[in-house]
Design a protein around this ligand. Structure first.
Ligand code: RFL
Ligand code: PHB
Length: 395
């Protein structure tokens, strides 16, 4: 049994935990990260790919933006495909010059890990039985087991950045939490391949066989998804079956241009809308997926995690520099206002683009009418574009 002391104990070394650790370190605030998995395991998870400008700004602020600027791909628009044709949403033109950056979550995580290692900051990988204690007091602790030995970290604050399945939210008494949840009846089958992208920008396709998304990681690496039954197994999907299904859901020109190749990763993700309120319990703060999940259609999950971290890092910095509790006290409410807007957008875009057999023929006709309206109306396209690039932070 050993006891260690730090200012902020962070549970989880995903993008939220690593980014928080880096921002606090740059402000001179001590932190320790406890991560259940190995670093390689964390880097092996293929997830998000689209960064809002505000997320890029925060990575710059954390001093880890260099490779993102060099290798990330700046996109000023994306395409909606339906009825056999593509329609471009000119994000840049509609939002007064804003854009998004296509740079994989894996690379963001890699850059943050490298910065943390270079600064010699403590990260305990492979920490088992991590548990927060006493967060209803000003002297919380986090315990964990490493190589069979129990350790304790004493701290001022605990940041629960441990994702949807983490221990932080699970440690809060259920009666203190309000949970809002919707589980979709389908998943996304995703494939990563070393093939050139089918188009310069992302294509979101609404097709009678189901949704498809063409995304990318670079000019030589692609990330594609097709809507699939929730209970499908990856093993049921050969590479050939995946490529055939994707091709069928694209317009003729994209189907013709699609370059296929062996998959280097293939996985199925369920789709869920989920919010736990509030996001603070005494000296325990939830950030990122531990507090909320969006279906990936709007590319908001990672960006919301970064937005939480922006609020939380500022709250802690304000506390240590000015002895002010204002940021801490308003953390949950500030985050949740943004979270619910992203939940709404992701739910709306998911509903617009996927096949919902239960809504019948009228559901399909209504979806089609909304898509026609969306691409034909500057007002509707603008509303979509301003949400996709990321809403501005409130003053
Ligand atoms: P993460 O990335 O889940 O990281 C949490 C970390 O906490 C660790 N952990 C624990 N550590 C110690 N003790 C415990 N008891 C622990 N329990 C868990 C985990 O090992 C992990 O390292 O959460 P974070 O940092 O909040 O980041 C959020 C983003 O990862 C997430 O919002 C997005 O990736 C969501 N998401 C996607 N978002 C998009 O915008 N586009 C996508 O295409 C996209 N695909 C995805 C996704 C999320 C997925 N999940 C959660 C299963 C695909 C999948 C499969
Ligand atoms: C991805 O590249 O993985 C990606 C892009 C856009 C989304 C979801 C996922 O909406």
């Amino acid at each position: 049994m050993s006891t260690q002391r730090t200012q902020v104990a962070i549970i989880g070394a995903g993008p939220a935990g690593l980014l928080l650790g880096q921002l606090l370190h740059r402000a001179g605030i001590d932190n320790v990260i406890l991560e259940r998995q190995t670093g390689d395991y964390v880097l092996g998870r293929i997830r998000a790919g689209v960064l809002e400008q505000t997320t890029c700004d925060l990575l710059d602020e954390a001093g880890v933006g260099e490779r993102m600027h060099a290798e990330g791909m700046v996109h000023g628009g994306f395409e909606l495909c339906f009825g056999g044709a593509r329609h471009r949403i000119d994000m840049h033109g509609l939002t007064g010059g804003k854009h998004v950056t296509v740079y994989g979550q894996t690379e963001v995580t890699r850059d943050l890990m490298a910065a943390r290692a270079a600064a010699g900051l403590p990260t305990i990988y492979g920490a088992k039985d991590v548990a927060p204690h006493g967060f209803d007091t000003d002297h919380p602790t986090v315990s964990y087991t490493l190589d069979g030995v129990v350790h304790t970290v004493a701290c001022d604050f605990i940041a629960g950045c441990d994702g949807y399945h983490g221990v932080s939210r699970a440690s809060v008494p259920p009666k203190a939490l309000s949970i809002y949840e919707k589980v979709y009846q389908f998943g996304w089958l995703g494939v990563l391949a070393d093939t050139p992208p089918v188009a310069h920008e992302l294509i979101y396709s609404n097709h009678e066989r189901g949704f498809a998304l063409c995304s990318m990681r670079s000019t030589t690496r692609t990330r594609y998804y097709v809507q699939c039954p929730l209970h499908d197994k990856v093993e049921q999907w050969s590479d050939a079956a995946f490529w055939d299904e994707l091709r069928r859901r694209l317009d003729p020109a994209a189907a013709e241009a699609l370059v296929t190749g062996p998959s280097i990763e293939k996985s199925i993700a369920p789709l869920r809308s989920f919010v736990a309120e509030p996001m603070r319990f005494g000296t325990l703060f939830l950030a990122g997926d531990s507090a909320h999940i969006v279906p990936p259609t709007g590319a908001k999950g990672l960006n919301l995690a970064a937005a939480d971290v922006r609020f939380l890092s500022r709250a802690f910095i304000e506390f240590y520099a000015e002895k002010s509790r204002a940021g801490i006290d308003h953390y949950s409410e500030k985050c949740l206002r943004r979270v619910w807007k992203a939940e709404r957008f992701s739910w709306w875009f998911t509903g617009l683009m996927h096949k919902f057999p239960e809504t019948g023929a009228i559901g399909q006709k209504l979806q089609r009418a909304e898509l026609d309206y969306l691409v034909g109306s500057r007002a509707a396209s603008t509303a979509m574009a301003e949400n996709y690039v990321g809403l501005p932070f409130e003053a």
